[in-house]
Design a protein around this ligand. Sequence first.
Ligand code: UN1
Length: 500
Amino acid sequence: MSHADILAASGLSKSDTTGGTLAVRTPVDGSEIARLKVHGAAEADAMIARAHGAFLAWRKVPAPRRGEFVRLLGEELRRQKQALGALVTLECGKILQEGLGEVQEMIDICDFAVGLSRQLYGLTIASERPGHAMRETWHPMGVCGVITAFNFPVAPWCWNAALALVCGDPVIWKPSEKTPLTALAVQKICEKVRAGFGDDAPEGLTQVLIGDRELGEALTANPKVAIVSATGSVPMGRAVAADMSKRLGRTILELGGNNAMIVAPSADLEMALRAIVFSAVGTAGQRCTSLRRLIVQEDVYDALMPRLIKAYEGLPIGDPLAGGTLVGPLIDSQAMVAMDAALETAKSQGGSVHGGGRALADSHPAAAYVRPAIVEMPSQSSIMHRETFAPILYVVKYRALDDAIAMQNAVPQGLSSCIFSTDVRETEHFLSAAGSDCGIANVNIGPSGAEIGGAFGGEKETGGGRESGSDAWKGYMRRQTNTINYSRELPLAQGIRFDI
Ligand code: UN1
Protein backbone atom coordinates (compact mmCIF):
# COMPACT_ATOMS: atom_id res chain seq x y z
CA MET A 1 0.00 0.00 0.00
CA SER A 2 1.37 3.44 -0.89
CA HIS A 3 1.48 6.20 1.71
CA ALA A 4 -1.31 8.03 -0.14
CA ASP A 5 -3.44 4.86 -0.07
CA ILE A 6 -2.97 4.57 3.70
CA LEU A 7 -4.13 8.17 4.17
CA ALA A 8 -7.14 7.62 1.93
CA ALA A 9 -8.08 4.31 3.59
CA SER A 10 -8.23 6.04 6.97
CA GLY A 11 -10.82 8.48 5.65
CA LEU A 12 -8.57 11.52 5.26
CA SER A 13 -9.31 13.52 2.12
CA LYS A 14 -7.00 15.76 0.09
CA SER A 15 -8.55 18.83 1.67
CA ASP A 16 -7.85 17.44 5.16
CA THR A 17 -4.18 16.91 4.44
CA THR A 18 -3.20 19.85 2.24
CA GLY A 19 -3.22 23.63 2.24
CA GLY A 20 -1.83 24.26 5.72
CA THR A 21 1.49 25.15 7.30
CA LEU A 22 2.19 22.18 9.60
CA ALA A 23 4.33 19.69 7.65
CA VAL A 24 3.80 16.07 8.68
CA ARG A 25 6.58 13.66 7.77
CA THR A 26 6.51 9.91 7.98
CA PRO A 27 9.45 8.43 9.86
CA VAL A 28 9.25 5.47 7.46
CA ASP A 29 11.25 7.37 4.81
CA GLY A 30 11.26 10.97 6.02
CA SER A 31 8.98 12.18 3.23
CA GLU A 32 6.27 14.77 3.73
CA ILE A 33 2.81 13.21 3.74
CA ALA A 34 0.62 16.15 4.69
CA ARG A 35 0.42 19.87 5.36
CA LEU A 36 -2.18 20.63 7.96
CA LYS A 37 -3.98 23.80 8.88
CA VAL A 38 -3.19 24.76 12.45
CA HIS A 39 -5.49 26.31 15.01
CA GLY A 40 -4.79 29.51 16.88
CA ALA A 41 -5.51 30.46 20.49
CA ALA A 42 -8.82 32.12 19.54
CA GLU A 43 -10.00 28.95 17.82
CA ALA A 44 -8.97 26.97 20.88
CA ASP A 45 -11.11 29.22 23.06
CA ALA A 46 -14.05 28.81 20.67
CA MET A 47 -13.65 25.03 20.85
CA ILE A 48 -13.55 25.15 24.63
CA ALA A 49 -16.76 27.20 24.65
CA ARG A 50 -18.38 24.64 22.32
CA ALA A 51 -17.17 21.78 24.52
CA HIS A 52 -18.57 23.48 27.59
CA GLY A 53 -21.93 23.84 25.85
CA ALA A 54 -21.74 20.14 25.07
CA PHE A 55 -20.99 19.41 28.72
CA LEU A 56 -24.15 21.16 29.91
CA ALA A 57 -26.17 18.75 27.74
CA TRP A 58 -24.06 15.56 27.99
CA ARG A 59 -23.99 15.56 31.81
CA LYS A 60 -27.76 15.06 31.81
CA VAL A 61 -27.69 12.09 29.40
CA PRO A 62 -27.93 8.87 31.49
CA ALA A 63 -24.54 7.24 31.89
CA PRO A 64 -25.55 3.92 30.22
CA ARG A 65 -26.71 5.93 27.21
CA ARG A 66 -23.33 7.69 27.19
CA GLY A 67 -21.86 4.20 27.30
CA GLU A 68 -23.80 3.38 24.14
CA PHE A 69 -21.89 6.16 22.36
CA VAL A 70 -18.61 4.57 23.44
CA ARG A 71 -19.89 1.13 22.42
CA LEU A 72 -20.53 2.43 18.91
CA LEU A 73 -17.11 4.06 18.89
CA GLY A 74 -15.55 0.70 19.76
CA GLU A 75 -17.57 -0.98 16.98
CA GLU A 76 -16.38 1.57 14.43
CA LEU A 77 -12.79 1.16 15.61
CA ARG A 78 -13.15 -2.60 15.11
CA ARG A 79 -14.25 -1.98 11.53
CA GLN A 80 -11.41 0.44 10.87
CA LYS A 81 -8.69 -1.35 12.85
CA GLN A 82 -6.59 -2.28 9.84
CA ALA A 83 -6.71 1.17 8.23
CA LEU A 84 -6.10 3.10 11.44
CA GLY A 85 -3.34 0.71 12.54
CA ALA A 86 -1.53 1.30 9.24
CA LEU A 87 -1.89 5.06 9.67
CA VAL A 88 -0.40 4.80 13.18
CA THR A 89 2.56 2.96 11.66
CA LEU A 90 2.93 5.45 8.82
CA GLU A 91 2.79 8.43 11.12
CA CYS A 92 4.89 7.32 14.10
CA GLY A 93 7.00 4.50 12.67
CA LYS A 94 6.12 1.64 15.05
CA ILE A 95 5.81 -1.73 13.30
CA LEU A 96 2.38 -2.67 11.96
CA GLN A 97 1.80 -5.32 14.65
CA GLU A 98 2.22 -2.59 17.24
CA GLY A 99 0.13 -0.12 15.23
CA LEU A 100 -2.69 -2.66 15.20
CA GLY A 101 -2.08 -3.39 18.88
CA GLU A 102 -2.57 0.25 19.67
CA VAL A 103 -5.95 0.31 17.94
CA GLN A 104 -6.86 -2.90 19.80
CA GLU A 105 -6.00 -1.07 23.02
CA MET A 106 -8.55 1.60 22.00
CA ILE A 107 -11.17 -1.07 21.37
CA ASP A 108 -10.44 -2.75 24.71
CA ILE A 109 -10.83 0.44 26.70
CA CYS A 110 -14.09 1.21 24.87
CA ASP A 111 -15.42 -2.21 25.95
CA PHE A 112 -14.26 -1.54 29.50
CA ALA A 113 -15.92 1.89 29.51
CA VAL A 114 -19.23 0.49 28.23
CA GLY A 115 -19.44 -1.81 31.26
CA LEU A 116 -18.30 1.00 33.48
CA SER A 117 -21.16 3.19 32.29
CA ARG A 118 -23.47 1.02 34.43
CA GLN A 119 -21.03 0.86 37.35
CA LEU A 120 -20.21 4.44 38.31
CA TYR A 121 -20.85 3.36 41.86
CA GLY A 122 -21.01 5.62 44.88
CA LEU A 123 -21.35 4.62 48.53
CA THR A 124 -23.88 4.63 51.29
CA ILE A 125 -22.34 5.71 54.57
CA ALA A 126 -23.58 5.20 58.13
CA SER A 127 -24.58 8.53 59.68
CA GLU A 128 -23.93 9.18 63.39
CA ARG A 129 -27.27 11.01 63.61
CA PRO A 130 -30.68 9.33 63.98
CA GLY A 131 -32.99 9.69 60.99
CA HIS A 132 -30.13 10.67 58.72
CA ALA A 133 -28.64 9.00 55.65
CA MET A 134 -25.32 9.69 54.03
CA ARG A 135 -24.10 8.83 50.61
CA GLU A 136 -21.41 9.60 48.12
CA THR A 137 -22.28 10.25 44.50
CA TRP A 138 -20.20 10.84 41.40
CA HIS A 139 -21.07 13.54 38.89
CA PRO A 140 -19.62 14.61 35.54
CA MET A 141 -16.72 17.00 36.07
CA GLY A 142 -16.51 19.20 32.95
CA VAL A 143 -14.47 19.52 29.77
CA CYS A 144 -11.45 17.21 29.66
CA GLY A 145 -8.37 18.33 27.71
CA VAL A 146 -6.17 15.45 26.53
CA ILE A 147 -2.58 16.09 25.44
CA THR A 148 -0.86 13.10 23.83
CA ALA A 149 2.64 12.19 22.65
CA PHE A 150 3.91 10.93 19.29
CA ASN A 151 4.90 7.45 20.47
CA PHE A 152 1.36 6.32 21.28
CA PRO A 153 -0.62 8.63 19.03
CA VAL A 154 -4.08 7.13 19.63
CA ALA A 155 -4.38 4.69 22.58
CA PRO A 156 -3.75 7.18 25.43
CA TRP A 157 -6.37 9.51 23.93
CA CYS A 158 -8.82 6.64 24.09
CA TRP A 159 -7.91 5.63 27.66
CA ASN A 160 -8.90 9.16 28.60
CA ALA A 161 -11.71 9.78 26.15
CA ALA A 162 -13.61 6.49 26.63
CA LEU A 163 -13.71 7.07 30.39
CA ALA A 164 -14.34 10.82 30.14
CA LEU A 165 -17.25 10.30 27.74
CA VAL A 166 -19.06 7.75 29.92
CA CYS A 167 -18.34 9.94 32.92
CA GLY A 168 -20.16 12.82 31.18
CA ASP A 169 -17.18 14.92 30.08
CA PRO A 170 -16.61 16.20 26.51
CA VAL A 171 -13.04 15.86 25.29
CA ILE A 172 -10.69 18.24 23.47
CA TRP A 173 -7.63 16.47 22.11
CA LYS A 174 -4.32 18.16 21.45
CA PRO A 175 -2.16 15.51 19.75
CA SER A 176 1.60 15.80 19.25
CA GLU A 177 2.51 18.03 16.27
CA LYS A 178 4.43 14.99 15.03
CA THR A 179 1.33 12.78 14.84
CA PRO A 180 -1.77 14.87 14.11
CA LEU A 181 -3.11 12.75 11.24
CA THR A 182 -4.14 9.83 13.42
CA ALA A 183 -6.02 12.29 15.63
CA LEU A 184 -7.88 13.70 12.63
CA ALA A 185 -8.74 10.18 11.47
CA VAL A 186 -10.07 9.26 14.93
CA GLN A 187 -12.09 12.48 15.07
CA LYS A 188 -13.71 11.49 11.78
CA ILE A 189 -14.67 8.16 13.34
CA CYS A 190 -16.16 10.00 16.33
CA GLU A 191 -18.13 12.32 14.07
CA LYS A 192 -19.47 9.34 12.15
CA VAL A 193 -20.59 7.75 15.41
CA ARG A 194 -22.16 11.00 16.56
CA ALA A 195 -24.05 11.44 13.29
CA GLY A 196 -25.67 8.02 13.74
CA PHE A 197 -26.32 8.36 17.46
CA GLY A 198 -29.21 10.75 17.88
CA ASP A 199 -29.72 14.28 19.12
CA ASP A 200 -28.52 13.62 22.62
CA ALA A 201 -24.86 13.52 21.51
CA PRO A 202 -24.16 17.25 21.30
CA GLU A 203 -21.94 19.03 18.84
CA GLY A 204 -18.48 19.56 20.34
CA LEU A 205 -18.51 16.27 22.29
CA THR A 206 -15.07 15.41 20.88
CA GLN A 207 -12.80 17.92 19.15
CA VAL A 208 -9.20 18.08 17.97
CA LEU A 209 -6.80 20.99 18.26
CA ILE A 210 -3.95 20.96 15.75
CA GLY A 211 -0.87 22.99 16.56
CA ASP A 212 1.97 23.55 18.97
CA ARG A 213 2.38 24.01 22.69
CA GLU A 214 0.56 27.35 22.64
CA LEU A 215 -2.64 25.34 22.21
CA GLY A 216 -1.80 23.19 25.20
CA GLU A 217 -1.48 26.44 27.11
CA ALA A 218 -4.92 27.52 25.86
CA LEU A 219 -6.30 24.38 27.53
CA THR A 220 -4.43 24.81 30.79
CA ALA A 221 -5.30 28.53 31.02
CA ASN A 222 -9.05 28.23 30.53
CA PRO A 223 -11.07 27.47 33.70
CA LYS A 224 -13.78 25.91 31.53
CA VAL A 225 -11.37 23.00 31.02
CA ALA A 226 -11.91 21.16 34.29
CA ILE A 227 -9.30 18.43 33.73
CA VAL A 228 -6.12 18.27 31.68
CA SER A 229 -4.72 14.79 31.16
CA ALA A 230 -1.25 14.92 29.64
CA THR A 231 1.08 12.21 28.39
CA GLY A 232 4.63 13.17 27.43
CA SER A 233 7.91 14.51 28.73
CA VAL A 234 8.64 15.62 32.29
CA PRO A 235 9.26 19.28 31.23
CA MET A 236 5.88 19.30 29.44
CA GLY A 237 4.19 17.82 32.51
CA ARG A 238 5.81 20.37 34.81
CA ALA A 239 4.53 23.20 32.58
CA VAL A 240 1.00 21.74 32.54
CA ALA A 241 1.05 21.19 36.33
CA ALA A 242 2.31 24.73 36.98
CA ASP A 243 -0.36 26.33 34.79
CA MET A 244 -3.15 24.17 36.17
CA SER A 245 -2.11 24.76 39.77
CA LYS A 246 -2.50 28.53 39.25
CA ARG A 247 -6.22 27.94 38.88
CA LEU A 248 -6.27 24.78 40.99
CA GLY A 249 -7.50 22.72 38.06
CA ARG A 250 -7.24 18.95 38.01
CA THR A 251 -4.42 17.17 36.18
CA ILE A 252 -3.76 13.57 35.25
CA LEU A 253 -0.07 13.26 34.34
CA GLU A 254 1.63 10.32 32.69
CA LEU A 255 5.22 11.40 32.08
CA GLY A 256 8.63 9.79 31.73
CA GLY A 257 9.63 6.27 32.67
CA ASN A 258 13.02 4.71 33.31
CA ASN A 259 11.95 1.14 33.69
CA ALA A 260 14.09 -1.67 35.02
CA MET A 261 14.09 -5.44 35.02
CA ILE A 262 15.81 -7.43 37.73
CA VAL A 263 17.00 -10.86 36.59
CA ALA A 264 17.44 -13.08 39.65
CA PRO A 265 19.46 -16.33 39.82
CA SER A 266 16.34 -18.53 39.64
CA ALA A 267 14.96 -16.74 36.54
CA ASP A 268 13.85 -18.67 33.48
CA LEU A 269 16.48 -17.09 31.24
CA GLU A 270 14.83 -18.10 27.97
CA MET A 271 11.65 -16.27 28.97
CA ALA A 272 13.61 -13.34 30.34
CA LEU A 273 15.49 -13.04 27.06
CA ARG A 274 12.30 -12.75 25.01
CA ALA A 275 10.80 -10.27 27.46
CA ILE A 276 13.95 -8.15 27.44
CA VAL A 277 14.12 -7.92 23.68
CA PHE A 278 10.43 -7.06 23.21
CA SER A 279 10.37 -4.47 25.95
CA ALA A 280 13.71 -2.84 25.09
CA VAL A 281 13.45 -2.67 21.30
CA GLY A 282 9.66 -2.70 20.75
CA THR A 283 8.48 0.66 19.35
CA ALA A 284 12.24 1.23 18.83
CA GLY A 285 12.62 1.91 22.55
CA GLN A 286 10.15 4.80 22.38
CA ARG A 287 7.52 3.59 24.83
CA CYS A 288 7.26 5.29 28.17
CA THR A 289 7.26 1.72 29.50
CA SER A 290 10.31 0.60 27.45
CA LEU A 291 12.90 -1.41 29.30
CA ARG A 292 15.93 0.85 29.81
CA ARG A 293 17.84 -0.73 32.70
CA LEU A 294 18.66 -4.40 33.14
CA ILE A 295 19.89 -5.37 36.60
CA VAL A 296 21.30 -8.89 36.47
CA GLN A 297 22.48 -11.04 39.36
CA GLU A 298 26.19 -11.71 38.94
CA ASP A 299 25.83 -15.52 38.94
CA VAL A 300 23.61 -15.51 35.82
CA TYR A 301 25.21 -12.55 34.05
CA ASP A 302 27.53 -14.63 31.88
CA ALA A 303 24.76 -17.06 30.96
CA LEU A 304 22.45 -14.27 29.84
CA MET A 305 24.59 -11.61 28.21
CA PRO A 306 26.08 -13.46 25.21
CA ARG A 307 22.59 -14.71 24.26
CA LEU A 308 21.16 -11.24 24.57
CA ILE A 309 23.89 -9.68 22.46
CA LYS A 310 23.37 -12.39 19.83
CA ALA A 311 19.60 -11.82 19.79
CA TYR A 312 20.20 -8.11 19.19
CA GLU A 313 22.54 -8.83 16.29
CA GLY A 314 19.81 -10.74 14.47
CA LEU A 315 17.04 -8.15 14.85
CA PRO A 316 15.36 -7.26 11.54
CA ILE A 317 15.49 -3.46 11.21
CA GLY A 318 13.50 -1.86 8.42
CA ASP A 319 10.26 -0.55 6.98
CA PRO A 320 7.70 -0.87 9.80
CA LEU A 321 4.92 -1.53 7.29
CA ALA A 322 6.74 -4.61 5.94
CA GLY A 323 6.01 -8.01 7.47
CA GLY A 324 8.92 -9.47 9.46
CA THR A 325 10.36 -6.14 10.61
CA LEU A 326 10.80 -5.96 14.37
CA VAL A 327 12.57 -2.59 14.65
CA GLY A 328 11.22 0.44 12.81
CA PRO A 329 12.69 3.92 12.68
CA LEU A 330 12.99 6.54 15.40
CA ILE A 331 10.56 9.41 15.07
CA ASP A 332 13.11 11.85 13.58
CA SER A 333 16.80 12.71 13.26
CA GLN A 334 16.78 14.64 16.54
CA ALA A 335 15.97 11.38 18.32
CA MET A 336 18.93 9.75 16.58
CA VAL A 337 21.23 12.58 17.69
CA ALA A 338 19.97 12.18 21.27
CA MET A 339 20.65 8.43 21.11
CA ASP A 340 24.21 8.96 19.84
CA ALA A 341 24.85 11.56 22.53
CA ALA A 342 23.60 9.22 25.28
CA LEU A 343 25.84 6.41 24.00
CA GLU A 344 28.86 8.75 24.00
CA THR A 345 28.09 9.81 27.57
CA ALA A 346 27.66 6.17 28.60
CA LYS A 347 31.09 5.34 27.13
CA SER A 348 32.65 8.23 29.00
CA GLN A 349 31.13 6.76 32.18
CA GLY A 350 32.81 3.42 31.55
CA GLY A 351 30.13 1.72 29.44
CA SER A 352 30.95 -0.84 26.80
CA VAL A 353 28.57 -0.56 23.86
CA HIS A 354 27.24 -3.38 21.64
CA GLY A 355 25.32 -2.22 18.58
CA GLY A 356 24.07 1.33 18.18
CA GLY A 357 24.66 3.68 15.28
CA ARG A 358 22.68 4.46 12.17
CA ALA A 359 21.11 1.77 9.99
CA LEU A 360 19.73 1.86 6.43
CA ALA A 361 21.41 5.21 5.76
CA ASP A 362 21.85 4.43 2.05
CA SER A 363 18.34 3.22 1.31
CA HIS A 364 16.60 5.68 3.69
CA PRO A 365 18.80 8.78 3.88
CA ALA A 366 16.01 11.02 5.22
CA ALA A 367 14.82 8.59 7.92
CA ALA A 368 16.24 7.76 11.38
CA TYR A 369 16.80 4.00 11.51
CA VAL A 370 19.20 2.87 14.23
CA ARG A 371 20.65 -0.36 15.52
CA PRO A 372 19.43 -1.02 19.07
CA ALA A 373 22.23 -0.84 21.62
CA ILE A 374 23.19 -2.73 24.74
CA VAL A 375 25.56 -0.96 27.10
CA GLU A 376 27.33 -2.90 29.85
CA MET A 377 27.90 -0.40 32.65
CA PRO A 378 30.30 -0.73 35.60
CA SER A 379 27.65 0.83 37.87
CA GLN A 380 24.43 2.81 37.64
CA SER A 381 25.98 6.15 36.66
CA SER A 382 24.20 9.44 35.90
CA ILE A 383 23.32 8.59 32.28
CA MET A 384 21.19 5.72 33.60
CA HIS A 385 19.11 8.16 35.60
CA ARG A 386 17.94 9.85 32.40
CA GLU A 387 15.23 8.66 30.02
CA THR A 388 16.54 8.70 26.45
CA PHE A 389 13.73 7.89 24.04
CA ALA A 390 15.67 5.36 21.97
CA PRO A 391 16.55 1.63 22.04
CA ILE A 392 19.38 1.79 24.55
CA LEU A 393 19.52 -0.91 27.21
CA TYR A 394 21.96 -0.32 30.07
CA VAL A 395 23.04 -3.42 31.96
CA VAL A 396 24.51 -3.60 35.46
CA LYS A 397 25.28 -6.48 37.83
CA TYR A 398 24.06 -6.97 41.38
CA ARG A 399 24.87 -9.34 44.20
CA ALA A 400 22.03 -9.06 46.77
CA LEU A 401 18.37 -8.44 45.85
CA ASP A 402 18.03 -5.45 48.17
CA ASP A 403 20.86 -3.74 46.29
CA ALA A 404 19.08 -4.43 43.00
CA ILE A 405 15.81 -2.98 44.32
CA ALA A 406 17.66 0.06 45.72
CA MET A 407 19.29 0.60 42.32
CA GLN A 408 15.98 0.22 40.57
CA ASN A 409 14.32 2.79 42.82
CA ALA A 410 17.24 5.25 42.73
CA VAL A 411 16.10 7.05 39.55
CA PRO A 412 13.75 10.06 39.46
CA GLN A 413 11.06 8.26 37.42
CA GLY A 414 8.61 5.66 38.78
CA LEU A 415 6.49 4.19 36.01
CA SER A 416 7.13 0.49 35.44
CA SER A 417 9.33 -2.30 36.74
CA CYS A 418 9.65 -6.07 36.82
CA ILE A 419 11.51 -9.04 38.24
CA PHE A 420 12.32 -12.36 36.62
CA SER A 421 12.54 -14.93 39.38
CA THR A 422 10.89 -18.24 40.27
CA ASP A 423 11.54 -17.73 43.98
CA VAL A 424 8.32 -16.63 45.65
CA ARG A 425 10.21 -14.98 48.52
CA GLU A 426 12.00 -12.74 46.06
CA THR A 427 8.98 -11.94 43.92
CA GLU A 428 6.74 -11.11 46.87
CA HIS A 429 9.46 -8.94 48.41
CA PHE A 430 9.75 -7.10 45.09
CA LEU A 431 5.98 -6.42 45.14
CA SER A 432 5.89 -5.45 48.82
CA ALA A 433 5.98 -1.98 50.37
CA ALA A 434 9.76 -2.34 50.60
CA GLY A 435 10.06 -3.39 46.96
CA SER A 436 9.52 -1.55 43.69
CA ASP A 437 8.43 2.08 44.06
CA CYS A 438 6.76 2.15 40.62
CA GLY A 439 3.11 2.42 39.61
CA ILE A 440 3.52 -0.86 37.72
CA ALA A 441 5.45 -3.84 39.11
CA ASN A 442 5.43 -7.14 37.22
CA VAL A 443 6.68 -10.67 37.80
CA ASN A 444 8.06 -12.76 34.94
CA ILE A 445 6.86 -10.38 32.25
CA GLY A 446 8.53 -7.23 30.93
CA PRO A 447 7.69 -3.67 32.02
CA SER A 448 5.86 -2.71 28.80
CA GLY A 449 2.69 -3.85 27.12
CA ALA A 450 0.21 -3.30 29.96
CA GLU A 451 -3.41 -4.39 29.55
CA ILE A 452 -6.13 -1.75 29.88
CA GLY A 453 -7.84 -3.38 32.91
CA GLY A 454 -5.30 -2.06 35.42
CA ALA A 455 -4.68 1.56 36.35
CA PHE A 456 -1.82 2.90 34.23
CA GLY A 457 0.67 5.46 35.52
CA GLY A 458 3.45 5.95 38.02
CA GLU A 459 5.03 7.90 40.82
CA LYS A 460 7.75 10.53 41.29
CA GLU A 461 8.59 12.35 38.04
CA THR A 462 6.16 10.09 36.18
CA GLY A 463 3.55 12.45 37.59
CA GLY A 464 1.31 10.33 39.82
CA GLY A 465 -1.67 10.16 37.42
CA ARG A 466 -3.64 7.01 36.72
CA GLU A 467 -5.49 6.32 33.50
CA SER A 468 -7.29 3.40 31.91
CA GLY A 469 -8.64 0.60 34.15
CA SER A 470 -9.39 -0.05 37.84
CA ASP A 471 -10.97 3.06 39.40
CA ALA A 472 -9.13 5.58 37.18
CA TRP A 473 -12.61 6.76 36.10
CA LYS A 474 -12.85 8.70 39.37
CA GLY A 475 -10.32 11.14 37.92
CA TYR A 476 -12.96 12.27 35.42
CA MET A 477 -15.81 12.86 37.88
CA ARG A 478 -16.50 15.03 40.88
CA ARG A 479 -17.32 13.39 44.17
CA GLN A 480 -20.24 14.67 46.17
CA THR A 481 -21.02 13.79 49.76
CA ASN A 482 -24.71 13.98 50.64
CA THR A 483 -26.29 14.05 54.09
CA ILE A 484 -30.07 13.65 54.09
CA ASN A 485 -32.16 14.31 57.18
CA TYR A 486 -35.45 12.43 57.07
CA SER A 487 -36.29 12.98 60.77
CA ARG A 488 -38.24 15.77 62.44
CA GLU A 489 -35.21 16.87 64.52
CA LEU A 490 -32.10 18.84 63.62
CA PRO A 491 -29.28 17.20 65.58
CA LEU A 492 -25.81 18.57 64.90
CA ALA A 493 -22.81 16.37 64.23
CA GLN A 494 -20.21 15.91 66.95
CA GLY A 495 -23.03 16.43 69.51
CA ILE A 496 -22.73 20.21 69.29
CA ARG A 497 -25.59 22.12 71.01
CA PHE A 498 -26.68 25.34 69.36
CA ASP A 499 -30.09 26.24 70.71
CA ILE A 500 -31.77 29.40 69.47
C1 UN1 B 1 3.23 4.95 26.43
O1 UN1 B 1 4.33 4.58 26.05
O2 UN1 B 1 2.96 6.19 26.52
O3 UN1 B 1 2.10 -0.58 28.58
C2 UN1 B 1 2.11 4.05 26.76
C3 UN1 B 1 2.40 -0.25 27.43
C4 UN1 B 1 1.30 0.30 26.56
C5 UN1 B 1 1.15 1.77 26.75
C6 UN1 B 1 2.40 2.58 26.66
N1 UN1 B 1 0.08 -0.38 26.91
O4 UN1 B 1 3.52 -0.35 26.97
